[in-house]
Ligand binder design. Structure first.
Ligand SMILES: [Zn+2]
Ligand SMILES: [Zn+2]
Length: 145
């Protein structure tokens, strides 16, 4: 079905936890759909089964991503990339061209920042930021607080 989304999720899983994680998520997703949407293997795979399978992938990759925000992972092409959050505080999905990646100096040293570039319904830029590490009580971010 949506090969691109599936490829993307598997690429992320490979970067986050190598083949072991890919196998683990696949087993989990397969067990889930076999229980919820049994299929004898005849004809086309039912679409609700395919989307349930992808939903488990999505959720698990999101979890793994959240655990690694701000860390560097090696992508399958050998490049290193910093893991960013999947969504801004307002729930907009962040992706290429939808997020501004920066650094906010702070008395604790600093925080990586991801600022949402999504246009909201009223035509304004969302602009909400995710920080890593999360600012603590003693943090004074430049330009914030
Ligand atoms: Zn946003
Ligand atoms: Zn700080």
């Amino acid at each position: 079905m949506d090969a691109t989304l599936e490829d993307e999720l598997k690429r992320d899983a490979l970067a986050f936890g190598a083949q072991d994680l890919v196998d683990e998520i696949h087993d989990e997703a397969a067990a889930w759909v076999d229980e919820r949407h049994p299929w004898g293997g005849e004809g086309d795979e039912p679409p609700e089964r395919v989307s349930a399978y992808l939903a488990v992938w999505w959720q698990r990759v999101d979890q793994e991503r959240a655990a690694r925000v701000g860390t560097l992972v090696e992508r399958t092409d050998g490049t290193w990339a910093m893991v960013g959050p999947a969504r801004c505080p307002h729930g907009h999905p962040l992706g290429p061209r939808r997020v501004l990646i920066g650094w906010a100096p702070c008395r604790c040293r600093g925080h990586h920042t991801w600022t949402c570039q999504v246009d909201t319904a009223d035509g304004e830029l969302c602009g909400a930021s995710v920080y890593h590490p999360e600012p603590g009580a003693r943090c004074r971010l430049v330009g914030i607080g």
